[in-house]
Design a binder for this molecule. Sequence first.
Ligand code: B12
Length: 375
Amino acid sequence: MLLTQRITQHAHDLGFQRVGFAPADPLPHGDAFREWLDLGFEGEMRWLERTRHIRDRPEHLLEGARTLVAVAVSYKTEDGTAQPGRIARYAQGFDYHRVMEHKLDALGDFIRDDLGLDARTRAAVDRLPLLERDVAWVAGIGWYGKNTLLLTRDLGSFLFLGELLVDADLHAPTPQPHRNFCGSCTACLDACPTQAFTAPYRLDARRCIATLTIENRGPIPRELRHAVGHWLFGCDICQDVCPWNRKAPNTKEFAYLGRPEIQALSADRVLTLSDKDLDHLLYLSPIRRPQRAGLARNAAVVLGNTGDRRWVPLLSSRLDEEPDPMVRGHIAWALGALGGPDAASSLLRRADQEEDPQALDEIRQALLCANSMTS
Ligand code: B12
């Protein structure tokens, strides 16, 4: 059996559903990445700018790198999140970084111990500066959808990608970049509620609900809050509408199946759980990333978007008790969005005590909103 066949077989045994090989050469879409940065589309994700010249150069990640083993695994699950508040599918299970890095390290051990290759390897999953979709595309795993996600015909796009860099030549056949099967379909571009796609294959990440609810540490821009809708963490809309995802099977990987305690994390629970309880609940979960304040901010926006005034008492009590002024500002916004006399009187009461200028500004604007819909 060829080296690449044995590695592929072992990667399958480890649970990776797609495996491809590519030389560790400069990647083809490095210039597209830099143009994207020049347009400022990375927003607050300055760490992307800092890696401007290396993301398309795998050799920076492992001295003498010769080969990239690209892997993909589905995380598609039935959405089981409690309402109000939806959690993107990728985050309903355990943190994929750790699971995949661990398995890729095991693949590296297999290359050394079982195949007897004197090779150094390095696992990459999301956190290393590498254009991972470009690697998967070059390695023939799938094609770029217009929503920029890597797609396959049988597994769709609910995929995690990872790579193993190897400083040995594995004698892989020259890969063929995957053919594109999107045709004239624009369902993903049309469905985005924040109009984050400026063109096919081009996402203004500043408008993407995933950025707004996960990466963003500050306020969600007021003009985008309604469009965030019921998304508590991340967003799946541009994948949910993709025809290729309709028939894709659910994942078989235990780690990515929805965890009941995570799926039960509705927006109102986020606002009422203690820091300690939330911390325990989010053990090994990707939802830790925006920290409590980011998640509470999102929860307030979700409740404001329900249009259901039954949330006014909860929001009113949180407006008095919430320690973070940025979150108080979003709670005020939610009260303004729900409107009505009770929301207005809570806002008025808080306006007298509020010392933070930004939170006070939010309260004043929310009051205008609430008063305009007092009935
Ligand atoms: C930064 C980042 C984000 C940012 C920016 C997303 C983006 N589109 O770039 C934000 C926070 C918005 C984000 C969101 C999500 N992310 Co993210 N993210 C990343 C990260 C760390 C870097 C991506 C990057 O380099 N962006 C830079 C820009 C320039 O890339 P791009 O827009 O895709 O442009 C490329 C292509 O469009 C292509 N291209 C350009 N022009 C053209 C023209 C043609 C004709 C073609 C064919 C191609 C092409 O070349 C460009 C360079 O590669 C990667 C992990 C990694 N290290 O790669 C994960 C990664 C892309 N994310 C992932 C996931 C799962 C998500 C979410 C689904 C999570 C969620 N549910 O909320 C959403 C999806 C949103 C979306 N539609 O992209 C997965 C995607 C797996 C897949 N199937 O593709 C990755 C690969 C992580 C992983 N290891 O699995 N993410």
